[in-house]
Structures are given as structure tokens and as C-alpha cells.
Design a protein. Structure first.
Length: 203
């Protein structure tokens, strides 16, 4: 994981990080972007849940505990899953434009990924008040089967987001690499703004 230069250069591969609080709508907006722009969508949370359920995974139990507690799985696991998924996508689908959803959410992940895997073009950041996110997650929890869509876990996810993940957004903000979108509107309303802002960034 520690490399002297990234595996992919930003000339060769486009990486857009997609961040925002739990339930801000990252996955929803990524699905729309995939349909219109042909990005490959890689959700770190989805990759972790897949690994958790993979028979024989040595990390399954650990991932399960971390996700329920709303804390960040040690970065080695997540970075490796993303790197594998990117490699497989480039090889099998020939796609070189990635939406990396829900990652990086801790400073160490951000630094290691950009130094060792691929520098990001920018971060698409969905801003949403906690009350709105909480309502969405509790509502989804009725059917999602996600172990962390309950009020106890949601509280912990919010705390981690503020304490651990917002510093990542602030870091990229200082580099002028954050595209901020208000995420309170309807999915289609939010998406209109996303498209406009991507256009301004040359996408
Ligand atoms: N919805 C969406 N947009 C809406 C809108 N505009 N108006 C009304 N409703 C809207 O949406 C959530 C719900 O809201 C859905 O029901 C949707 O229909 C509705 P979604 O698009 O799924 O939001 P998203 O931001 O993707 O929410 P998600 O729950 O996936 O966010 P999290 O960031 O909490 O979850 P993630 O899967 O990324 O991570 C889960 C856990 O994995 C973390 O807590 C952590 O423990 C672990 N993890 C790591 O350890 N490391 C990582 O790098 C990443 C994750
Ligand atoms: Mg998601």
C-alpha cells in the first residue's frame, strides 16, 4: 500500500470522491451519474458489506462489528478492496472514470489512497442536515436490512462523520478540490445541481 508513486496517474484514470453524511444521498446520486456519464461506481461501504459476507473472508467478523458501531474499518482492508475493484474494472470493462463513494472518510485513508493508488480530481460533497439524514435512514431501515440503519447506530455514524470524516473534506477544501452540493431537495432536484457543477469542473 505504501508506494513512492501512485499506481494510476490522474491523466490516465479519473477519480472523483463522493462524500457526505450517512443518508445524504451519495448512492442515489451516483446511480444517476452512472446512467448518464458512464462512470464506474464503487461504494466503499458496499465493498465492505460484500467482503463481510464472502465465505472464508478473514475480515468478515471485524467488518460486521465496525459497521454496526459506525466506526471506520482499518484502512488497509478498504484501500485494498477499492484497488482490486478498480483493477478489475479497468481490465474487464475498460472504464477509467470512477466515483468512489463513501471514501475516504478518515485522513489516513485519504493520504494513502492519493499517494499510492490515484490522486483524486475533486470531491463531490453532499451537504445535508442531520434531521433530514436521520429521517431518510430510519425510513430506509424499515426495509434495507442494513445492520446500521437503526437509531443507535445512526447516532454513532453521525458522530464518526463529524469527528473523523469532516476533517477529510476540510483537507480537500484547502486544496480547492471540493464541489459542494446541497442535498436536501428531491433526488432529481439535487441531481440537476450536480450536473451543473460537474460541467463547471469540465466533466
Ligand atoms: N434518499 C436519497 N436521496 C434522497 C433525497 N434527495 N430526498 C429524499 N430521500 C432521499 O440514501 C439514503 C436513503 O435516503 C435512501 O432510502 C434513499 O432513497 C433516500 P443513499 O443514497 O443510500 O445515501 P448514502 O449517502 O449513500 O447513505 P449510506 O447509508 O450509504 O451512507 P453511509 O456513508 O453511512 O454508508 P456507507 O455504506 O458508505 O458506510 C457504511 C459503513 O461502512 C460506515 O459507517 C463504516 O462503518 C464503514 N466504512 C468504512 O469503515 N470505511 C469506508 O471507507 C467506508 C465505509
Ligand atoms: Mg451509500
Amino acid at each position: 500500500l505504501q508506494r513512492s508513486k501512485p499506481l494510476y496517474s490522474s491523466d490516465d484514470v479519473t477519480v472523483i470522491f463522493v462524500l457526505g453524511g450517512p443518508g445524504a444521498g451519495k448512492g442515489t446520486q451516483c446511480a444517476k451519474l452512472v446512467a448518464d456519464y458512464g462512470f464506474k461506481h464503487l461504494s466503499a461501504g458496499d465493498l465492505l458489506r460484500e467482503e463481510q459476507d464472502r465465505p472464508g473472508s478473514q475480515f468478515g467478523e471485524m467488518i460486521k462489528d465496525y459497521i454496526r458501531e459506525g466506526i471506520i474499518v482499518p484502512m488497509g482492508v478498504t484501500v485494498q478492496l477499492l484497488e482490486n475493484a478498480m483493477g478489475a474494472t479497468i481490465e474487464n470493462e475498460g472504464k477509467r472514470m470512477f466515483l468512489i463513494d463513501g471514501f475516504p472518510r478518515k485522513m489516513d485513508q485519504a493520504l494513502v489512497f492519493e499517494k499510492g493508488v490515484c490522486p483524486s480530481r475533486f470531491t463531490l460533497f453532499f451537504h445535508c442536515p442531520e434531521e433530514v439524514m436521520q429521517e431518510r435512514l430510519l425510513n430506509r431501515g424499515k426495509t434495507s436490512g442494513r445492520s446500521d440503519d437503526n437509531s443507535e447506530s445512526i447516532k454513532k455514524r453521525f458522530k464518526t462523520f463529524i469527528e473523523t470524516s469532516m476533517p477529510v473534506v476540510d483537507h480537500f477544501e484547502k486544496e480547492g478540490k471540493v464541489v459542494k452540493v446541497d442535498a436536501v431537495d428531491t433526488p432529481d432536484g439535487v441531481y440537476e445541481v450536480v450536473k451543473q457543477k460537474l460541467k463547471e469542473r469540465g466533466i
